[in-house]
Ligand binder design. Sequence first.
Ligand SMILES: Nc1ncnc2c1ncn2[C@@H]1O[C@H](COP(=O)(O)OP(=O)(O)OP(=O)(O)O)[C@@H](O)[C@H]1O
Length: 273
Amino acid sequence: MSTPHDPVVSPPVVSLRDVTLRFAGVTALRDVTFDVHPGELFAVIGPNGAGKTSIFNVLSGVYRPQEGEVTFAGTSILGKRPHRIAALGMARTFQNIELFTNLDVVDNLMLGRHHHLGYGWPSAVAWLGRARRQEILNRRRVEEIIDFLEIEAYRHLPVGMLPYGVQKRIELGRALAMEPTLLLLDEPVAGMNGEETEDMARFILEVKHELGLPMILVEHDMGLVMDLADRVMAMDFGTPLTTGTPAEVQAHPEVIRAYLGAGDEIVVGEDAR
Ligand SMILES: Nc1ncnc2c1ncn2[C@@H]1O[C@H](COP(=O)(O)OP(=O)(O)OP(=O)(O)O)[C@@H](O)[C@H]1O
């Protein structure tokens, strides 16, 4: 019997094949291969410098690897510019929040919809009275996201005034406003306290279960990764060590060695926070 992730039933949303990325003197990624399937939450872990952010930068078109292939939405995205890849349906949140801090929550989310405005980015920023019907639709979608992420109370406040955990949630909202088919989450709980982390974990799970959106998660909080991920790929020095279920990866001797060598520890649960 086939499973929901059976590649025959559902082709991967995104595939990396033997991707190698070099900078002068540094191999950031070496022969990285993985697939993410519809509805799957795929996590990438590894000590500092393992290559996690480089994977996101390759996926979103910031870096072009010297070798390998990357396919998304059924097409090769190698050499495509970041905005073209975003327009194909890939959205990303950032380690360091990238919002317009002087704009309010609604306007930040509206800017997330600029691919849906039907005209260019400069007009999207000004988004004048044109395309009125489209604007009404966009506003409706933004309102749905505000409900979904429970941020009604903040809607007309400048984002820069809001607590850090709420800003991270709004960044997730901006990514969702793009109506992506793949979401890249770059350390979504970095710098959060325990309560903020639990809230974010709940929203990520709702994105998975209610929206069915496939996600790639890069995160140092092992408790979060092990709780949320369907599959985990562990990396060290740009090389994948193993890929499997959270339990398999956590128990893998090379993964344990990589973390001990880095002076980190794979600690899961309350002790990790
Ligand atoms: N633009 C760049 N120029 C030169 N070297 C780079 C560049 N970007 C990444 N690297 C190098 O590539 C390697 C992988 O870096 P990367 O940022 O992908 O790791 P990471 O796993 O995301 O680390 P962290 O957990 O600290 O964010 C590191 O050795 C890093 O110094």
